[in-house]
Design a protein around this ligand. Structure first.
Ligand code: CA
Length: 224
């Protein structure tokens, strides 16, 4: 799951980023409205956390422009206590929810879970496929009594495969979703991580296999 955080207070942005990464989200950070808008327009994000008071372009203008451009990514607005009007304006501009600063980590995570769930991706239910389960909280792949910790990229790739069980995921989809941009040099990485995941499935004695669909991508097999 890929998040965009647009926040100009660099210390706060880094702190939120660290919390979210610990929860296995992939996080991109923009420190002004313009770069935030440019990132958001790529439409690769599952949720955008958008501060209202931003240099260059303010958060509400970023949001308005995104909705005009039909970018329907859920947006969580961050507002300061004094900006009560901004909450109303924000919701009018197409924000899905808002959070008043200062907020607790738990509150932030709960809002993000709710917003990403609305998009049809339940993050608090551990995906299962065949004899394996992906523990979202611990970042572990489980088969019967065995478990193995996945690296961050491995985890994201496995999550993508398991939440689209039986469907082929192309290399381009992996790169776009996990690395966030198209770059030929990244395609080899997909193969490397797939080979790591295959080794871990073997270690777990799972019946699940990652099949290669030549020239197309990868999919899981072994559900029954
Ligand atoms: Ca700000």
């Amino acid at each position: 799951m890929r998040l965009l955080l647009v926040e100009d207070e660099i210390g706060l942005a880094e702190a939120i980023g660290a919390i979210l990464r610990k929860e296995h989200y992939e996080v991109d950070i923009s420190n002004d409205g313009q770069s935030g808008l440019e990132n958001a327009l790529t439409d690769v994000y599952d949720c955008i956390i958008l501060d209202v008071m931003l240099p260059k372009i303010n958060g509400l203008d970023v949001l308005t422009y995104l909705r005009v451009k039909n970018i329907e990514t859920p947006v969580l607005l961050l507002t300061a206590k004094s900006e009560i009007d901004d909450k109303i304006k924000g919701l009018d501009c197409g924000a899905d929810d808002y959070l008043t600063k200062p907020f607790s980590t738990g509150e932030l995570l709960a809002r993000i879970r709710a917003l990403t769930r609305r998009k049809g991706v339940p993050v608090d239910i551990n995906p299962k496929y065949g004899d394996i389960t992906l523990d979202l909280k611990k970042g572990e792949l489980i088969c019967a009594n065995n478990s193995v910790v996945l690296g961050r990229k491995e985890f994201q790739m496995m999550e993508l495969l398991m939440s689209n069980a039986g469907q082929v995921i192309t290399k381009e989809q992996f790169v776009k979703k996990i690395w966030g941009y198209d770059d030929d040099s990244e395609y080899n990485n997909v193969e490397v991580y797939i080979s790591f995941l295959r080794k871990k499935l073997t270690m777990l004695h799972s019946n699940v296999k990652i099949k290669t669909r030549r020239g197309i991508g990868y999919c899981l097999s072994g559900a029954l």
